[in-house]
Design a protein around this ligand. Structure first.
Ligand code: KIV
Length: 284
């Protein structure tokens, strides 16, 4: 069992901020864990940042499971959370359970679903059978067609009510935390005060219990990052520079340098061995 459990995440509320970052492969997950991040999240954002899809609607559970397997092998301390992709839990509770089990069997410690109130029965069943669940309200990218695009939510009374209803339903159903995405900070603060489970914000301001960022946004790899994401390093620029340097050095015959290859010190020895090898090949 990893050090960070859902119970520990709950205990952090009001005591210390929770850190969460997405990771989709073994080397990234190793680094996230080494950096001491609390939750390593195999998010469905992989559809866009890894697979180049225009949205998150076209991702299978099996693909998330494959990435979860790689992440799970790397993480020793953090909680490994896997995202349930679009249409993997909306059709029926039974289908949702079957797909959540796949992610747990791939190595996740918990699963995340988008929504709250609408999925309270599923959350209850999963928790009862021992699968910890994180909910997600505010901007729910899997419903972006209905929302009319990726936009700030929580301005209207109806939206505030929906966000609160989701968070409270998740708390009641036994979820251990809830993501609040791209909501007005006043709404995020209200929800954080209204529920006993931790709120993890993304584009929701500082008055939440934790923060989550997408790997590619945080490291400056992705071109189309949302406005609320902070870029901690310009890895895209660094990677591009390294690739251009590599290309140029090969073209200019500077790479490989003397330290990157090995040769026979005794050239006569090499000539004899090569001669014999060539003769043997001719005999065959
Ligand atoms: O898939 C994802 O990366 C997410 C985060 C934006 C929370 O759901």
């Amino acid at each position: 069992m990893r050090e960070i459990t859902p119970r520990k995440i709950i205990e952090m509320k009001g005591r210390e901020k929770i850190t969460m970052v997405t990771a989709y492969d073994y080397p990234s997950a190793l680094l996230a864990d080494k950096a001491g991040v609390d939750i390593v999240f195999v998010g469905d954002s992989m559809a866009m940042v890894i697979y180049g899809e225009p949205n998150t609607l076209n991702l299978s559970v099996d693909t998330v499971a494959l990435h979860t397997k790689a992440v799970s092998k790397a993480v020793k301390r953090a909680l490994v959370l896997a995202d349930m992709p679009f249409a993997s839990y909306e059709i029926s509770v039974e289908e949702g359970i079957k797909n959540a089990v796949k992610l747990i069997q791939a190595g996740a410690d918990a699963v995340k679903i988008e929504g709250g109130y609408d999925h309270r029965k599923l959350v209850k069943r999963l928790v009862r059978m021992g699968i910890p669940v994180m909910g997600h309200t505010g901007l729910t990218p899997q419903r972006y067609l209905r929302l009319g695009g990726y936009r700030l939510v929580g301005e209207t009374e109806e939206e505030i009510e929906e966000i609160l209803r989701d968070a409270k339903a998740l708390e009641k159903a036994g979820a251990f935390a809830v993501v609040l995405e791209f909501v007005l900070t006043d709404v995020a603060k209200l929800v954080t005060e209204e529920v006993s489970i931790p709120t993890i914000g993304i584009g929701a301001g500082p008055y939440v219990d934790g923060q989550v960022l997408v790997w590619h946004d945080l490291l400056g790899i992705y071109e189309n990052s949302p406005p609320f994401a902070k870029r901690y390093v310009d890895l895209r620029g660094m990677i591009l520079l390294a690739l251009e340097n590599y290309r140029e050095e090969v073209k200019n015959e500077e790479f490989p340098g003397r330290e990157h290859y090995w040769e026979f010190l005794d050239k006569d020895d090499f000539r004899k061995k090569a001669q014999r090898a060539l003769e043997k090949l001719e005999e065959d």
